[in-house]
Design a protein around this ligand. Structure first.
Ligand SMILES: CC(C)(COP(=O)(O)OP(=O)(O)OC[C@H]1O[C@@H](n2cnc3c(N)ncnc32)[C@H](O)[C@@H]1OP(=O)(O)O)[C@@H](O)C(=O)NCCC(=O)NCCS
Length: 207
């Protein structure tokens, strides 16, 4: 249908009704009901005011050393949080992890692949809240979101191969180390190795 035909006949066309609209609906992920609740945590979309909680951690060379991003100043952190408050096309889900009313970290799920059937999971926990199992508890909720709400078939985590705590977290979650890539991660001026961990929906159910 040309633009002129559309003017004459109006729309929607048969193709738009029966092909394009269902395809768009199928590929546009519907958000779940927020927040996600776990035993100790609340996972909710970011709010602008969350930036303050992340400023010190993101300024730290040590805390950011195994992340792809370099340290960030407060303005950059504010911008990062602002971008995460934008739901966009719904394929990137960035969540603040809250315990007792305090932001303790964040979790993300990035929907990918054909028909958005795969997801990449990510996490950070602020240093003062580490080693209390918060990252594990939050990640389990995000995996459940991926497999049960979004119907994902496979979820992966990519990490710097030197990130022992992140690898331990993957193992606690029942993820398998599928790939060890040599020198493919450009981080802080050097090429480093990376791991990809993965979990299939069937494995998650069995777990
Ligand atoms: C990667 C990262 C999120 C892991 O955080 P973490 O604190 O190790 O993970 P958890 O919050 O799940 O805590 C697990 C620890 O708490 C302990 N723990 C205490 N109470 C617990 C509970 N109720 N449930 C589960 N674990 C508990 C566990 O035994 C474990 O301790 P261990 O490491 O000595 O075995 C964190 O190191 C981080 O944010 N690093 C900087 C950013 C980063 O690298 N992000 C990842 C990029 S890939």
């Amino acid at each position: 249908m040309t633009a002129y035909d559309r003017l004459r006949f109006g729309g929607p066309t048969v193709r738009e009704t029966w092909v394009d609209a269902p395809r768009r609906e199928f590929l546009t992920p519907a958000p779940p009901v927020w927040p996600l609740l776990t035993e100790r945590l609340t996972l909710r979309p970011f709010e602008i005011g969350d930036a303050a909680a992340f400023v010190d951690a993101w300024a730290s060379e040590e805390w950011t050393s195994l992340l792809l991003s370099r340290p960030m100043n407060p303005a950059e952190v504010a911008e990062l949080v602002r971008r995460r408050t934008d739901p966009g096309d719904g394929e990137f889900i960035g969540l603040a992890v809250v315990h007792d009313g305090q932001v303790v970290g964040d979790s993300m799920l990035h929907l990918q692949g054909t028909g958005l059937s795969e997801g990449e999971i990510g996490w950070t926990i602020l240093p003062q809240h580490a080693a209390r199992g918060f990252a594990t508890e939050a990640a389990r909720a995000v995996l459940r979101l991926g497999f049960e709400h979004y119907g994902l078939r496979r979820v992966v985590a990519n990490l710097d191969a030197r990130n022992d705590r992140s690898a331990a977290l993957c193992e606690r979650l029942g993820m398998r180390r599928e790939t060890h890539r040599l020198g493919d991660f450009w981080s802080k001026g050097a090429w480093t190795d990376s791991f990809e961990y993965a979990l299939l929906a069937d494995e998650w159910r069995a777990w």
